[in-house]
Design a protein around this ligand. Structure first.
Ligand code: CUV
Ligand code: SF4
Length: 630
């Protein structure tokens, strides 16, 4: 759908580069057993596979059936995804600790108000104490949440009472973050848990430990250290790369790296060096969730989402791509070899073929960041002008909406309150709210599904909140501009957007910031009038092009929190009718929500709209204001 990507993909073909779409094609047909969740490699009696047509084996060597194998694999994926996001949260908490101890030169506490607010939730005295002392105590308490062995994760107290009661009753209240991940994986060893229902309960528990634990800590600490986002204008797509400047791409997830690089790029000595090489400046741009983190806090432009990481290199004008962790294609180093581009990894957790490693050290990050930026600047001179190929497409957007600032942006300018949002839903001006999140995937429409789904939702007066690569896809299509309301939104939503000056699609940050959607929904419950718990709210979630295990964890904690969730390609459980039915039907009686699998984004949007309508009926809300006359 995105012309810049199409143009770059053709260019890549012309110069003989293999990209994610080529490799996807080369994998066709993908393994049917794996796709259905019927392949098991858990132990060395296998690998085993179950025949989906009932002709061949019905059990693995150990006796595991289709339902055991698919549920077990799903729990493993949820644990891996939670581990990834929660490790990101731990990394931030650790940096906060160093800052509190005065051992992290180059970092500071930017949002003292948020520090105090979160510290108070952790039972820390804040009055009259220096911010560093509070930060140290908070960081220690947050780190203890990872190793907690008793009780439950503290931030689950943010959830509505009914959700907490459900989690207690089902035995899925998350205890410690690490504990749930370890126990989840332990249960998937051969001969431990062999009950599909019990395995899936653990998938919810491990995901809740991420959503209301690790990811929530990541969001809170990022706000404390780098400043809470506020609505900000910026630009997106490959056209943000500039031919006459040193282009540095920041790719990955954890803002600890990118924030300090952004500071280093402002250094007068480095800027002078850039000028001496003939560059008119240094241009930073982001890829994937690092892009979202930098966008919502600094207005740094976004070069692209997950599927554009290789395309960005093919422009021939990227002097350095600096990466940390997650969603970084192992192909990048090899692709960069066809250009002058230097790819530099910085996190000891993540090294790649053909990629130089320069380790970031939070104790004194700025000199290392400067060294990295200097490498990029010096590399500017090595550019081959003949390789330059920059698409012109770029789009304006507004981003940076949080649980806290939505208070103001929805019309409560003088009083912080969710009242205007809830009232708009009650009166039928707004149908409800949808979170559309997650990756872009060649299996679906390489970003197009997000755009189609979101257009359909806002047309039906559903306010959309976004994170991750989904937000980037919709931003490229112009849906994150306030003007998009006029063009695409239904009348009720359009009136609200125009009155308040917001886009119909609100960008709330990176994938860990899905935790903001959980807390925003909780605020809607607290404000009253549209349900007493998350499962009663007229809201729904979707990840139309998910690819990663992190997305599985996100989906699980959203469903376990009572929010109906539609995903594009099905979870790999279709080989077991039993597991499929638990996910798409039986969970409703347990947690008040289910998964739905729908690859057509318009149909997916209507599953969400129907769901929201049902919730509205159950709450006896007014009919939709403008539909009464239709
Ligand atoms: Ni964490 S998880 S592709 S960068 S949204 Fe982007 Fe977002 Fe999926 Fe990865
Ligand atoms: Fe096969 Fe069972 Fe081992 Fe899986 S755990 S590989 S099904 S024997």
């Amino acid at each position: 759908m995105d012309p810049a990507s199409q143009m770059m993909a053709r260019r890549a073909m012309d110069i003989g580069l293999e990209l994610v779409w080529d490799r996807y094609e080369a994998q066709q047909p993908q393994c049917g057993f794996g796709s259905l969740g019927l392949c098991c490699t858990v132990c060395n009696l296998g690998p085993c596979r179950i025949d989906p047509f009932g002709q061949g084996p019905k059990q693995g060597v150990c006796g595991a059936t289709a339902e055991i194998i698919s549920a077990r694999n799903l729990l493993r994926a949820a644990a891996a995804g939670s581990a990834c996001h929660s490790d990101h949260g731990r990394h931030l908490a650790h940096t906060l600790k160093l800052v509190g101890e005065g051992k992290a030169k180059g970092y500071e506490i930017k949002d003292v108000e948020k520090l105090r607010k979160v510290a108070a939730e952790f039972g820390i005295a804040t009055d009259g104490r220096p911010k560093e002392t509070i930060a140290l105590e908070l960081a220690e308490k947050m780190l203890a949440e990872f190793g907690r062995q008793e009780g439950s994760i503290l931030l689950t107290t943010r959830a509505p009472q009914r959700q907490r009661e459900i989690w207690q009753k089902l035995g899925i209240m998350p205890r410690g973050i690490d504990l749930e991940i370890v126990e989840g994986i332990a249960k998937t060893h051969m001969g431990v848990d062999n009950d599909a229902n019990n395995l899936l309960l653990s998938a919810m528990r491990v995901a809740l430990a991420d959503g209301w634990g690790g990811s929530m800590i990541a969001t809170d600490v990022s706000d404390i250290l780098f400043g809470a986002p506020a609505p900000i204008r910026a630009q997106v797509n490959l056209g943000v790369l500039q031919g006459d400047k040193v282009n540095i791409l920041l790719h990955g997830h954890v803002p600890i790296l990118s924030d300090v690089i952004a500071n280093a790029a402002l250094d007068p000595e480095i800027l002078a060096l850039a000028a001496s090489k003939g560059a008119t400046g240094i241009n930073l741009a982001g890829i994937c969730c690092t892009a979202n983190e930098m966008l919502v806090r600094r207005g740094i432009p976004i070069a692209g989402n997950f599927l554009q990481q290789e395309l960005a290199l093919a422009t021939g004008v990227v002097d350095a791509m600096i990466v940390d962790v997650q969603c970084i294609m192992p192909s990048l180093g090899e692709i960069a070899r066809s250009f002058h581009t230097k790819v530099i990894s910085t996190d000891p957790r993540a090294k790649f073929p053909w990629v130089e490693h320069i380790q970031l050290d939070e104790h004194d990050a700025l000199p290392i960041a400067k060294k990295i930026v200097q490498i990029a600047v010096e590399n500017f001179a090595n550019r081959d002008g003949k390789q330059k190929f920059i698409p012109s497409e770029k789009m304006d957007l507004v981003a940076g909406f949080t649980t806290e600032n939505i208070f103001y942006n929805l019309g409560g300018r003088f009083r912080a309150t969710y009242r205007p949002l809830n009232d708009a839903i009650i009166s039928g001006r707004l149908r409800g709210v949808a979170g559309v999140v997650g990756c872009d995937s060649p299996k679906n429409e390489s970003g197009g599904s997000h755009v189609e789904m979101v257009k359909e939702l806002i047309k039906h007066d559903v306010l959309v909140v976004q994170t991750g690569c989904s937000a980037i896809s919709c931003a490229k299509a112009g849906l994150l501009k306030p003007e998009a309301a006029k063009e695409y939104a239904g009348r009720g939503l359009r009136e609200i957007c125009e009155a308040v000056g917001i886009p119909p699609v609100l960008h709330s940050g990176s994938c860990v910031d899905n935790s903001r959607i959980l807390t925003a929904c909780t605020e809607m419950v607290r404000e009253g009038g549209i349900g007493n718990s998350l499962d009663e709210l007229p809201v729904a979630g979707a990840a139309p092009e998910w690819y990663s295990e992190k997305a599985i964890a996100i989906g699980w904690y959203v469903v376990a929190s009572g929010i109906f969730t539609v995903i594009g390609s099905p979870l790999r459980v279709k080989g077991s009718a039993v597991v499929d039915k638990i996910l798409t039907e039986e969970l409703a009686a347990k947690v008040g929500a289910t998964w739905a699998f729908e690859s057509d984004p318009i149909k997916g949007a209507h599953l969400m709209i129907d769901h929201i309508n049902k919730k509205r009926e159950a709450l006896k809300l007014s009919p939709m204001m403008y539909e009464m006359y239709e």
